[in-house]
Write a protein that binds this ligand. Structure first.
Ligand code: ARG
Length: 476
């Protein structure tokens, strides 16, 4: 998908444009510079060539150009693709975008016949198609990268997470003990929603705008259904104006990236906190940590910090495109050219963040002893409440009684274990020494058997389900 640094982009002022016939002057150099998109849309070339090949085949099949002409154009397009692939293609800023650059090159190779490529097609449906095709490849890459991270989370949950009990948090205060596997799977399931979101977006990306031409369709006998099939797209647009105006699928892609980055940032944030000395729940692998140039003792979680920070780009790019589209009259406006950098930036950085966080999560060491030691005694207080509830106490009364007990423990610096049977009875008539046995993190975890809960048998079910989902993907 990326074309970084492979091409030399040159600039020669005042060349004759495809549309020069109607104009009495050449374009001002600063206009060329300002409006050129080729420095960033160059990477669309494989999609542009694919789209053109499908279009030329359709033109010949429908008898709009003859077979000989089509063969010549197809041959030249393949040569151009080779030039682009090896960096031998002369990219010129003054030819505005990658589409015009390819057309100009085609003319250099074929002369007049090259002009037939643009029959029954405008750059408006052409550029829309390129974005559709690019977005579909982005879909594949994003799915692969999300799946990879999910696989890592699942592997770690299976290998180490079932044996480790850790504090679960609300408000970043210890709340109830959970299995490490349960916590890791919480991230897995969030990413699973990203997968579903991407699959949704894919349907709307997989549409063929060809045949819309500039905006109104064409009087020539085109067959968009044929190009759809050749390009492997799922559907055609019902309306030619909509076909060239639509960038909803790009917004959806940007939102999917923004949401993936949100999920990544939450994972990254935990890694950052957990790797601090005070927490000590994880130790970063040396290959995924950085040092300090001044403080020799330091090991910093820069990777996770950057993943967290890159949310800013993802959100910014989404808002950027939505703002471009807001109030934009139908159909094509040059404003739409601004969809590209935002999209490329979001997808590049989301992919980069996913991949590096997969590496980080694969190699991070979970300090499970420390997790167990850090678990406060009172983390099981809710168990005591549930014990009373099971014996018939109203929940609110039970809660109030246990809350008073916690308070006393804290005030007197006492452990639950020091409470005598009488103390307990005084705290609540339904309490007894047997209740104190519940105050064990592992027992507490084992008791949370409600669907989706942290009890080992529930988490094991969840692991199996998650594994099945990942295996299904592997088969696609
Ligand atoms: N570079 C333009 C873009 O990316 C291509 C479409 C130009 N169409 C036009 N009518 N000027 O949107």
């Amino acid at each position: 998908m990326s074309e970084k640094g492979r091409h030399h982009v040159s600039s020669q002022k005042g060349v004759v444009k495809a549309w020069a016939g109607r104009f009495g002057k050449r374009t001002a150099a600063e206009v060329e510079e300002f409006s050129s998109s080729v420095p960033f849309d160059l990477r669309l070339w494989p999609y542009d060539i694919r789209g053109s090949i499908a279009h030329v085949r359709m033109l010949a099949r429908c008898g709009i150009i003859d077979a000989e002409e089509a063969r010549a154009i197809l041959r030249a397009l393949r040569e151009i693709a080779d030039e682009l692939a090896c960096g031998a293609f002369p990219v010129r800023v003054e030819h505005e975008d990658i589409h015009m650059n390819i057309e100009v090159r085609l003319r250099e190779k074929l002369g007049k016949v090259a002009g037939k490529l643009h029959t029954a097609r405008s750059r408006n449906d052409q550029v829309a198609l390129d974005m559709h095709l690019w977005a579909l490849d982005a879909f594949q890459e994003l799915m692969g990268a999300v799946r990879e991270l999910q696989g890592v989370l699942l592997d770690r949950a299976e290998a180490e997470g079932m044996r480790a009990v850790m504090p679960g948090y609300t408000h970043l205060q210890q709340a109830q003990p959970v299995l490490l596997a349960h916590h890791l799977l919480a991230h897995f399931w969030a990413f699973q929603r990203d997968v579903a979101r991407l699959a949704e977006f894919r349907q709307r990306a997989s549409m063929n705008p060809l045949g819309a031409c500039a905006l109104a369709g064409t009087s020539l006998p085109v067959d968009p259904e044929y190009t759809r099939r050749v390009l492997g797209l799922e559907s055609c647009y019902a309306n030619s104006i909509d076909a060239v105006s639509d960038r909803d699928f790009v917004c959806e892609l940007l939102f999917a990236c923004a949401m993936i980055m949100t999920h990544l940032s939450r994972l990254a944030e935990e890694i950052i906190i957990w790797s601090s000395y005070e927490w000590g729940f994880v130790e970063l692998d040396d290959a995924y940590a950085t040092g300090s140039s001044t403080m020799p003792q330091k090991k910093n979680p820069d990777v996770a910090e950057l993943a967290r920070a890159k949310c800013g780009r993802a959100y910014g790019n989404l808002v950027r495109l939505l703002t471009v589209l807001k109030g934009l009259p139908l159909a094509y406006n040059r404003d739409l050219q601004e969809d590209k950098e935002a999209t490329f930036d979001s997808v590049d950085h989301t992919l980069g963040s996913l991949r590096v966080m997969s590496g980080l999560m694969r190699t991070v060491r979970f300090c499970t002893d420390r997790m167990a030691r850090a678990t406060q005694e009172h983390i099981c207080a809710t168990e005591l409440v549930d014990y009373l509830v099971r014996k018939g106490a109203p929940f609110r009364d039970a809660h109030a009684a246990v809350a008073r007990m916690v308070r006393r423990c804290l005030d007197e610096g006492r452990s639950w274990r020091e409470w005598s049977e009488e103390d307990l009875k005084r705290a609540h008539p339904l309490l007894d020494l047997a209740a104190l046995e519940r105050l064990d993190p592992e027992r507490t975890v084992a008791s949370k058997r409600s669907p989706g809960g942290t009890a080992p048998e529930r988490v094991r079910e969840s692991l199996l389900q998650a594994r099945r989902i990942l295996m299904e993907w592997g088969k696609v």
